[in-house]
Design a protein around this ligand. Structure first.
Ligand code: NAD
Length: 496
């Protein structure tokens, strides 16, 4: 009998009210990690109720005090970095160095946004009447719901939870069903940091049931969702009918452009890292290589040779470079796209099949002769599959980059500063890299994308608080008389 991972509601660890459970497994070994509470609508209601009860007190706690709790969260994450990273590798498969980076991102966010406790900046502006004062303040919203994917199981919850909390909201958090133990580890950090009961609540279980309950509940004012475009849009439509604010961070179909004048060795390293790191399961993963004609053959040859040498295996082994896909279904999905690519006429250069042995491993795969409109060049595959597309010029490369339904990240390798600045101007993605792959965002800049990647919201950076705050405009009239804005202005100026 394995340990039961429970919900964290109102400061207590509780099984699902129905007693139902599901299991979580290690994708590298297929061993069962734990049994997990499989929550229903009644558990969601209890979590929302707990968050609602905790809200009035939490919102009135001075923000600098809230910030001190977040600093403690950051300190605990530092102490638990290795332990959480190892759990991450076991629960979702990313290699240990990347798992440490995932936790580090949450540490960075804790200290960055903890500082907002002494800012949460609003502003004042002159007003049109004498003896009157105006200011705009950021206000908390109430109970917010956070729904996250499994691929950055600590970093993404941190981008949402920490800004939500510093702004004075209380939280109901629903992590992905593939990473419940990490969801519980995240909640435990808040418990141990001394966050008051009910301020942060965890509900584990199936996305459909829990997501619907969160979208329908009148006491949830904001939903912040990261995941697939299909699920995100469904949730958005449902929540919109109840007038909720929804922030969406969805899929990607990111490309690296390599120009003939690129630093060749640097481009090779960056492409391998961006395409096959996290087994291609990053929202910012490179799945298209748009390469200028003159460098194409040499680059293709180098990439194939290096991709074949990548070491697959259990990510707890420090020498492993590529872990498994997250589960059997994900691997089937990747293979389905590979079959589609072949049927579309793309040329398979390496990979294209399951790796032998236990675990959900898939060989790093490269397709050549891909055209921009092929399905494998348009749809998010979310696996270790790179499609090579030729372009004759910078303009054509940028057009190809922009011609997909997503707009998260893009990159160009060139030594020509004019080409780099044209690319910055014309690439229509939320993130643009010059001489770096498509991954590697830092938390002090906005994160998110255009088109089908979202709905115009951004996480992190100066935008981190936008989802989790409402603006409140305040006018203080200390004239002692009725001064009607837009009406009495002239009279006041003439002294009458
Ligand atoms: P997913 O959409 O299957 O699941 C995401 C979350 O939604 C999970 O917690 C899941 O349980 C929940 N969910 C499932 N059905 C739901 C429903 N009907 N209502 C509400 N919630 C529901 O995505 P995934 O497979 O976990 O993650 C991979 C996807 O996430 C990829 O498309 C990837 O590009 C995207 N992603 C985007 C970003 C970004 O910032 N843009 C970052 C990471 C991942």
């Amino acid at each position: 009998m394995t340990e039961l991972i429970k919900n964290y509601i109102g400061g207590e660890w509780r099984p699902a009210q129905s007693g139902a459970t599901f299991t979580t497994i290690n994708p590298a070994t297929e061993a069962v990690i734990a049994d997990v509470a499989k929550s229903g609508v009644e558990d969601v209601s209890a979590a929302i109720e707990a968050a609602k009860r905790a809200y009035p007190k939490w919102r009135l706690l001075p923000a600098p005090r809230r910030g001190e709790i977040l600093y403690r969260v950051g300190q605990l994450l530092i102490e638990r970095k290795e332990e959480i990273a190892r759990l991450m590798t076991q629960e979702m498969g990313k290699v240990i160095a990347e798992a440490r980076g995932d936790v580090q991102e949450a540490i960075d966010m804790a200290f960055y946004i903890g500082g907002e406790g002494r800012r949460l900046l609003g502003y004042t502006a002159p007003v049109e009447m004498p003896n009157k004062f105006g200011m705009a303040l950021r206000d908390s919203v109430g109970v917010v719901a956070l729904i996250t994917p499994w691929n950055f199981p600590i970093a993404i919850p941190s981008w949402k939870s920490l800004p939500a909390l510093i702004a004075g909201n209380t939280v109901v958090f629903k992590p992905a069903s593939d990473t419940p133990a990490l969801g519980a580890a995240w909640a435990k950090v808040f418990q141990d940091a001394g966050l008051p009961e009910g301020v942060f609540n965890l509900v584990l279980g199936p996305g459909g049931v829990i997501g619907d309950a969160l979208a329908e509940h009148p006491d949830v004012r904001v939903i912040s969702f990261t995941g697939s475009t299909e699920v995100g849009y469904g949730l958005y439509a449902r929540a919109a009918r109840r007038g909720k604010k929804v922030s969406l961070e969805l899929g990607g179909k990111n490309a690296i452009i390599v120009m003939d004048d690129a630093n060749f060795d640097l481009a090779v390293e960056a492409i391998l890292w961006s395409a096959f790191g996290t087994t291609g399961q990053r929202c910012t993963a490179t799945s298209r290589l748009i390469v200028q004609r003159g460098i194409r053959a040499k680059l293709t040859e180098a990439l194939v040779e290096r991709a074949k040498q990548l070491k697959l295996g259990d990510g707890l082994d420090e020498s492993v470079q590529v872990g498994p896909l997250v589960n059997a279904k994900a691997r089937e999905n990747v293979h389905r796209y590979v079959e589609i690519g072949k049927s579309e006429g793309a040329r398979l250069l390496c990979g294209g099949q399951y790796a032998e042995g236990r675990g959900f491993f898939y060989l790093p795969t490269i397709f050549d002769n891909v055209t921009p409109q092929m399905c494998i060049a348009q749809e998010e595959i979310f696996g270790p599959v790179l499609s090579i597309i030729e372009a004759s010029s910078l303009e054509e490369a940028i057009t190809i980059n922009n011609s997909v339904a997503y707009g998260l990240s893009s990159s160009i390798f060139t030594e020509n500063v004019n080409a780099a600045f044209r690319a910055i101007r014309d690439l229509t993605t939320g993130i643009v890299y010059i001489n770096h792959g498509t991954t590697g965002a830092e938390i002090q800049f906005p994160f998110g994308g255009t088109r089908g990647t979202g709905n115009g919201m951004r996480e992190a950076g100066l935008t981190a608080l936008d989802t989790f705050t409402e603006w409140k405009s305040v006018y203080v009239d200390y004239s002692g008389r009725l001064q009607r804005a837009q009406i009495d202005t002239d009279a006041i100026l003439s002294g009458s």
